[in-house]
Design a protein around this ligand. Structure first.
Ligand code: PRP
Ligand code: MN
Ligand code: MG
Length: 181
């Protein structure tokens, strides 16, 4: 048993399933943005793996930029507070922006982020999220591209962390309670 996987109760989504899903989403994005490639905005740090794999899956020229926002700290509960830790380098007025996220949990981060990017005069702001939890249904956040609807478990891997660990796991798994209790 490897050192990281022994902290999981189960693997929820395998590496192959992630890549198949990203390919599927890439085909939709290529069609929807045909002739008009979007600016991909990745949300650090969780979206790093999704961005890297999704962008390479796309058969079109895209630019990539990054924001870092904070809502969680090291706990498993969402605080509802969003702060910009690193802003975009790109002027987005008139641009079609596609936000790339790993997960929508409470939906607070993306609700805030979409409004923030729209207020800068982006021509359009859409969202791609690999995972969505049921809690997100409570807030009105339209997500155009969702990979997987998942149960309300504490998931880690493929960019998703617990206290900054497990991001480098290739699959997505459920964190064993003994790790955080
Ligand atoms: C996590 C995750 C999303 C956000 C989702 O990021 O990567 O960005 O929380 O939560 P919400 O829908 O309840 O707002 P986190 O703040 O843990 O930062 P990280 O990406 O650096 O891990
Ligand atoms: Mn994040
Ligand atoms: Mg986190």
């Amino acid at each position: 048993v490897d050192e990281i996987r022994s902290d999981l109760t189960e693997v929820l989504i395998t590496e192959d399933e992630i890549h198949a899903k990203l390919a599927e989403l890439a085909r939709r994005v290529e069609t929807d943005y045909a002739g008009n490639p979007p600016l991909l905005v990745g949300v650090l740090k969780g979206a790093v793996m999704v961005m890297a794999d999704f962008a390479r899956e796309l058969k079109m020229h895209v630019e990539m930029d990054w924001m870092a926002v904070s809502s969680y700290g090291a706990s498993t509960e969402s605080s509802g507070v969003v702060r910009i830790l690193k802003d975009l380098d790109t002027e987005i007025a008139g641009r079609d922006v596609l936000i790339v996220e790993d997960i929508i949990d409470s939906g607070l981060t993306l609700t805030w982020l979409r409004a923030n990017l729209e207020s800068r005069g982006a021509a359009s702001v859409k969202i791609l999220a690999l995972l969505r939890k049921p809690e997100a249904a409570k807030v009105e956040v339209d997500v155009e591209y969702v990979g997987f609807e998942i149960p309300p478990a504490f998931v880690v891997g493929y960019g998703l962390d617990y206290a900054e660990k497990y991001r480098n796991l290739r699959a997505i798994g459920v964190l064993a309670p003994h790790v955080y209790q």
